[in-house]
Design a protein. Structure first.
Length: 76
């Protein structure tokens, strides 16, 4: 199941994102979306997890403070 994470700090890496979701289950994929020209983060990314883990992670992490930003976490 794919999860959208918005309002990420520009300093967040895919590793940081995966580490945030790891307590809820196996992270199959973690990706930060970047600008093609500059390579800078666009402030959002995606995580892939199994359905049960994803639902729990969304419930617990939506609107949480992560790297000085309150993140939006929802299903794609």
């Amino acid at each position: 199941m794919q999860i959208f994470i918005g309002n990420l700090s520009k300093m967040t890496t895919s590793r940081h994102l995966a580490d945030l979701f790891l307590p809820f289950g196996v992270v199959m994929r973690s990706k930060i979306i970047r600008d093609d020209l500059t390579g800078h983060s666009l402030g959002f990314g995606f995580i892939e997890m199994d359905v049960r883990s994803a639902k729990l992670a969304i419930q617990k992490l939506d609107c949480c403070l992560f790297m000085n930003s309150y993140v939006d976490v929802k299903l794609v």
